[in-house]
Design a protein around this ligand. Structure first.
Ligand code: GAL
Length: 652
């Protein structure tokens, strides 16, 4: 079902025929064909063009545009246009608008201004999706569908009023059945928060002082995630019925964290995501230096990009994914939007393939003359001349990029309950879930190791040589049993805050590790949230090697494990910082070099080769090919070979 006819990487482009005169379409389609593109993604923001007013339709322009692409042999990826409900629809049903955390109702004039819980909006989406699917669902050249566009992105996953506020108490009643159970789960004894009627419960915004109850906020996040899942399912059901044998996918975003991707992607055929490597540098905001951001300002940082590839490969258990929007020039939405370096578009395309992409679609064909994205680039400039990315795409030879498996032997465990619970109470201004996770991910990538990112449940289906759980702070009895089973024959390394909370976000009666204490053989002694200027020295007992930890340190009391590292100074001096019991180690101190040294030793023990790679240089393997990717602007000498700046090559 994936549109790659000859088992090699396929290329496509996002195009907006509705933005240019119809007289340009033929020329555009001919150029797209010349570039070697195989398909065009269409129509994700086209509702008002298709239905300019209530019940009045204009399909002709889209019929003609499709015919123009098809005449050149291009295939079509069609989108449902539900990310942009038109002005007439908002005027008719203002209640579908979302409400922000300040209690303000969103206004019309941008996109994704709807509340996913709204039944009225779901019905409207069903109606327009049905009409589109009836018209194009069996078109011979429509190969698949994208639902909506970047669900929940830019803070639109959550609405704090309207339909969401109405449905939340009902959702809670289904989850907890009794108010006693809810009051207990949320710890409502604290600050007299007990509820005596379901209807008293509100979304967790505008609470008077400080933060809302974190367990309530955690459930609200889950509720909003479920609303998105249901919202999309309405479209999936229509498309499955009316457009059989076409793929269904969705274009998710960089470091998606607004909803549970494992659930939202469950009924899609494969996942796609939108890759903007340069804008992605903003995700380093709190933890990387301006120096690093400058060094990678024109290529993006290899680990930020590859992390998202690995995340999306793992969402459906190792299936190939698509890049539905690939940056191919400057973007417009980041704080700074430098031009990509020459060669970057090819480098990103090759990297996507190496991490499991079967298709890369460039965003967008021709730069927009109008509205919010005037400052964004395309493969063509606004006046129609080829822009910098055009030639790179033309010169990119896909024939060597065969769609083999990515066979990683190391898994990183990731889940959304841990992400949400961590980020609701980070307890240190400079820390968040991704930051901690990336310290472990980057250490592995710096060692030249390929990794899968998976949900702990997936441990039941696949065996690994090493499992790492960087920030698994919510551990349920089910997760505890997957971990226990896995540790029988595979080493596991945990990061700080492991098993600190249960499913409702509370700490268990017996504190951290309660559900896995036999496994780890420790209890928490103390945790320590450090100011940026503070650090803790950690010593490896056996070799007396010292490491410097920052931001977060935990110390442990031993109940069966050994201490391999202890704190040398500060309030936790002399207490365990890293422990080991059989196959299981726990790292309590955040230090990049400490994490790397422990991972390196563990990889050595399970026979996985590690490398010392120069900064900005990475290895990635797919099938029998190992790519060397150089994200630096300058040439790099490594193991007797010179690798040109901004390049990829095959390691012999
Ligand atoms: C994506 C979005 C596109 C466009 C693009 C600009 O997030 O899906 O519609 O806005 O960003 O970079």
């Amino acid at each position: 079902m994936v549109a790659t006819s000859n088992n090699v990487l396929a290329l496509g482009v996002c195009d907006y025929p509705e933005h240019v005169p119809a007289s340009e379409w033929k020329n555009h389609a001919e150029q797209q064909k010349t570039l070697g593109l195989q398909y065009v993604r269409l129509a994700e923001f086209s509702w008002a063009k298709i239905e300019p007013s209530d019940g009045i339709y204009d399909w002709q322009w889209l019929d003609d545009a499709i015919a123009t692409y098809v005449a050149q042999g291009l295939k079509i990826v069609m989108c449902t246009p539900t990310a942009t409900p038109p002005a007439w629809l908002i005027q008719k049903y203002p209640e579908i608008l979302a409400v922000d955390a300040q209690g303000q109702t969103m206004k019309f004039g941008s996109r994704r201004h709807y509340d996913h819980a709204s039944d009225i909006y779901r019905q409207e989406c069903k109606r327009i999706t049905t009409l589109m699917a009836q018209r194009y669902g069996q078109h011979a050249d429509v190969i698949g569908w994208q639902t909506d566009n970047e669900l929940g992105h830019e803070g639109t996953a959550v609405s704090y009023g309207g339909a969401s506020a109405e449905r939340f108490p009902k959702w809670l009643e289904t989850r907890y059945e009794t108010l006693e159970a809810l009051n207990e789960a949320w710890g409502c004894a604290f600050w007299s928060q007990d509820y005596s009627q379901w209807q008293q419960i509100c979304p967790p915004n505008l609470t008077a002082v400080r933060q809302p109850n974190p367990s309530q906020a955690l459930d609200y996040q889950r509720f909003c995630s479920d609303m998105i899942e249901e919202f999309q399912q309405v479209q999936i059901d229509v498309l499955r019925a009316l457009s059989p044998n076409r793929f269904l996918t969705h274009n998710f975003v960089i470091f998606a964290q607004e909803f549970d991707l494992y659930k939202v992607a469950k009924n899609l055929d494969f996942v796609a995501w939108d890759s903007y490597p340069i804008g992605m540098l903003e995700f380093f905001a709190t933890w990387e230096s301006e120096q690093t951001k400058s060094e990678f300002a024109r290529t993006g940082h290899p680990d930020l990009v590859s992390f998202n590839h690995d995340l999306y490969r793992g969402i459906k258990g190792g299936k190939d994914f698509w890049i539905m929007e690939q940056q191919c020039g400057h973007a417009n939405w980041a704080q700074y939007n430098p031009l990509p370096a020459k060669g970057a578009v090819q480098l990103w395309t090759a990297q996507a393939w190496a991490h499991g992409a079967s298709s890369v679609t460039y965003f967008r064909w021709r730069a927009s003359h109008m509205a919010q994205e005037i400052m964004h680039s395309g493969l063509l400039q606004q006046d129609g001349r080829a822009d910098r990315g055009y030639q790179e795409v033309k010169d990119f030879d896909t024939s060597q990029f065969v769609l083999e498996k990515v066979n990683a032997r190391v898994a990183l465990l990731h889940d959304y309950n841990s992400l949400w619970a961590y980020n609701l109470q980070p307890h240190n201004k400079d820390l968040n879930y991704w930051h901690q996770f990336m310290m472990f991910y980057s250490a592995l990538r710096e060692l030249g190791v390929d990794v899968d990112i998976i949900h702990p449940e997936q441990l039941a289906d696949k065996e690994y040589a090493l499992v790492v759980a960087p920030a698994l702070t919510v551990v349920t009895p089910e997760i505890a049993s997957y971990l226990t089973q896995c540790a029988k024959n595979c080493p596991i390394i945990f990061g700080p805050r492991t098993a600190f909370r249960n499913d409702s976000g509370r700490v268990a009666d017996k504190g951290q590790f309660q559900l896995i204490e036999d496994l780890v053989g420790i209890k928490l002694a103390n945790f320590d949230s450090l100011r940026p200027t503070l650090s803790q020295s950690v010593e490896q007992t056996e070799t007396s090697t010292e490491f410097s930890a920052k931001l977060w340190c935990e110390s442990y009391e031993l109940t069966g494990a050994n201490a391999t590292h202890t704190y040398l100074n500060g309030p936790m001096a002399g207490v365990a910082a890293v422990t080991n019991k059989g196959n299981v180690s726990v790292i309590g101190a955040l230090s990049g070099s400490l994490i790397k040294s422990i991972l390196k030793a563990a990889l050595g023990e399970v026979g996985i080769e590690t490398f010392t790679l120069p900064k900005g240089m990475r290895l990635s393997r797919r099938g029998d090919i190992t790519l060397v990717l150089n994200f630096n602007l300058h040439d790099v000498e490594w193991e007797g070979t010179t690798y040109p700046g901004v390049s990829f090559s095959t390691l012999n």
